[in-house]
Write a protein that binds this ligand. Structure first.
Ligand SMILES: NC(=O)c1ccc[n+]([C@@H]2O[C@H](COP(=O)([O-])OP(=O)(O)OC[C@H]3O[C@@H](n4cnc5c(N)ncnc54)[C@H](O)[C@@H]3O)[C@@H](O)[C@H]2O)c1
Length: 266
């Protein structure tokens, strides 16, 4: 048996990764670790200012990165982002479907427009990216890794007001398993990471903007339920994403890794 060294297994040198929603939060945490492992990282995000800042940070650390402004819920934008990546780096090896929104609005007060927006950003986007990128990967004939960022809410509701969000994350978990089946013959692995509470600009914790007293209260209550008694860091998702993007996970497809400080146990 030919056993590769750990350095070889973890390396993403000469590989290219797309990270959606990579300008901030969990997406940036993932982009950082993939770039550090040697990947050419393309940050795809709707926030141009933060996307460019993220690329500057990666480049000043000596990594290879680019940004392309993209609304992940727009099919033309998605095709442009994929074309840009293929033109710039001559292929795609890793796709991280991370961009997502989680407005807390009970069903009884939610408008149809907001419902459709959550479905479009969290789910339709993954259909657009998976289809377009898997097509490139199949033509390259060198396999690939697709990682979908779900949530503990794909398994169990964390709060009232997240019913539509939870529907998208349960849906994304189903999509992960079925695309894993469909793409396995092409040596494309599809797995998911289900984060618990992570300090990001989206949750308000760990952001430059001070959180509202209400949000502070919600976070305090949520944190009290976590057996590890703290929110996670984006890098704690980044490290698991590196595991799934690299050869460390060579025999895995159709799995969902829960990274939640134990909150699903409480
Ligand atoms: N933070 C948590 O506690 C937590 C827990 C479970 C799951 N998640 C999931 O992790 C993912 C990232 O969450 P986060 O907390 O880092 O969010 P965040 O709000 O801090 O960052 C999200 C990023 O996605 C980008 N984005 C939003 N809409 C977009 C669109 N239409 N097109 C392109 N980019 C868009 C934003 O500009 C931003 O850069 C989401 O899918 C979320 O559901 C987060």
């Amino acid at each position: 048996m030919n056993i590769k060294s750990l350095t070889e297994i973890i390396s993403l040198k000469n590989k290219t990764a797309i990270v959606t929603g990579g300008a901030l939060g969990i997406g940036f945490g993932i982009a950082y670790r993939l770039a550090e492992a040697g990947a050419n990282v393309v940050i795809v995000d709707i926030n141009e200012e933060k996307g460019n800042e993220a690329v500057s940070t990666l480049k000043s650390a000596g990594f290879i990165a680019s940004f392309i402004r993209t609304d992940v819920s727009n099919e033309t934008d998605v095709k442009n982002a994929v074309d840009f990546t293929v033109k710039t780096y001559k292929g795609i090896d890793v796709l991280i479907n991370n961009a997502g929104i989680y407005p807390t609005i009970p069903v009884m007060t939610m408008s149809t427009d907001i419902f459709e927006k959550i479905i479009a950003v969290n789910l339709k986007s993954v259909f657009f990216f998976t289809k377009t990128v898997a097509n490139v990967m199949i033509n390259q004939a060198r396999g690939g890794k697709i990682i979908n960022i779900t949530s503990v809410d794909a398994l169990h509701p964390s709060s009232v007001g997240l019913a539509v969000y939870d529907a998208t994350k349960h849906g994304l978990w189903g999509f992960t398993k079925n695309t894993a089946l469909e793409l396995a013959p092409h040596n494309i692995a599809v797995n998911a990471i289900a984060p618990g509470g992570i300090a990001t600009p989206g949750t308000g914790a760990g952001s430059d903007t001070p959180v509202s007293p209400q949000m502070e209260e919600i976070l305090k209550k949520f944190t009290a339920k976590i057996p590890m008694k703290r929110l996670g860091e984006s890098d704690e998702i980044g490290k698991v994403a590196l595991f799934l993007a690299s050869d460390l996970s060579s025999y895995m497809t159709g799995s969902q890794i829960v990274v939640d400080g134990g909150v699903l146990l409480s």
